[in-house]
Design a protein around this ligand. Structure first.
Ligand code: ZN
Length: 199
C-alpha cells in the first residue's frame, strides 16, 4: 500500500505512477489517493484523454463504479493552463496521451504540485504503451498493481485481447480483454498467431 511521503513545502512537487494490466485496480488506486488528498483539504484536479468516454464524459470511472469528477482534454499540453492553484493533479488513462505528457508532468511537478498518473503499462501485444515507460522513468514513485490471470489464477501482468484487429486504441470491455500472467498471455499469442511465433 502506498503511503503518502511527508515532504517539506520546498519539496512538495513530485510524480507518482500507478500502472498495470486491465482490471488490476489502477484507477481505484488513483481515486483512493485523490480522495485522501481531498480529505487533507488539498485542491485536486483530474484529467483524462477526451478519447476515453467509456462510461461518463466528466468522471474518472473505474470498473467498480467508484468515481470522481474529471476534466477531459484533447492533448497533454491543454493541461498546463488548467492547473492554477492546484496542489494535486491526477491523470487517468495516461497511456492514451501523446508523447508530450512526460514533459508536461515534469513542468507541473516542478511547480510544486503532486502528480499522480494511472495507466496501462503494456498494450495488447505486451509492448510498452504510449508515454508510460517514459513516465515511469521520471517518476519518484512507481507502483505496479496486478490483476488475477483468468486462465490459471496466478498474478496477472498482461492484458490479453480476444477480439483480433490491429486497432491499438480499443477501450476496455470485459468481454474483449482479460488479464493473464506472462505464460498464459504468451500461450494465447502463439496459439492465435502461429506465424509470428515460429518454434
Ligand atoms: Zn496464467
Amino acid at each position: 500500500m502506498f503511503i503518502e511521503p511527508r515532504r517539506s513545502k520546498a519539496h512538495r512537487g513530485w510524480i507518482e505512477v500507478v500502472c498495470g494490466s486491465m482490471f488490476s485496480g489502477k484507477t481505484e488506486e488513483l481515486i483512493r489517493r485523490l480522495k485522501r488528498a481531498k480529505i487533507a483539504n488539498q485542491k485536486v484536479e483530474i484529467f483524462k484523454p477526451a478519447i476515453d468516454v467509456r462510461y461518463d464524459e466528466k468522471k474518472v470511472v473505474s470498473h467498480d463504479q467508484n468515481s470522481i469528477m474529471s476534466t477531459p482534454v484533447a492533448n497533454s499540453l491543454e493541461i498546463l493552463p488548467l492547473i492554477n492553484n492546484m496542489e494535486v493533479v491526477g491523470i487517468d488513462e495516461a497511456q492514451f496521451f501523446d508523447e508530450d505528457l512526460p514533459a508536461v508532468c515534469e513542468a507541473i511537478a516542478n511547480r510544486g504540485i503532486r502528480v499522480i498518473i494511472a495507466g496501462l503499462d503494456m498494450d495488447y501485444l505486451g509492448k510498452p504503451f504510449g508515454p508510460m515507460s517514459a513516465l515511469m522513468s521520471i517518476a519518484e514513485y512507481v507502483t505496479k498493481v496486478h490483476a488475477i490471470c483468468m486462465v490459471c489464477g496466478d498474478i496477472a501482468s498482461h492484458s490479453y485481447r480476444h477480439h483480433k484487429g490491429d486497432i491499438l486504441v480499443m477501450l476496455g470491455e470485459q468481454d474483449v480483454y482479460e488479464p493473464r500472467c506472462r505464460q498464459c498471455f504468451e500461450e494465447g499469442m502463439v496459439k492465435e498467431n502461429p506465424t509470428l511465433f515460429p518454434d
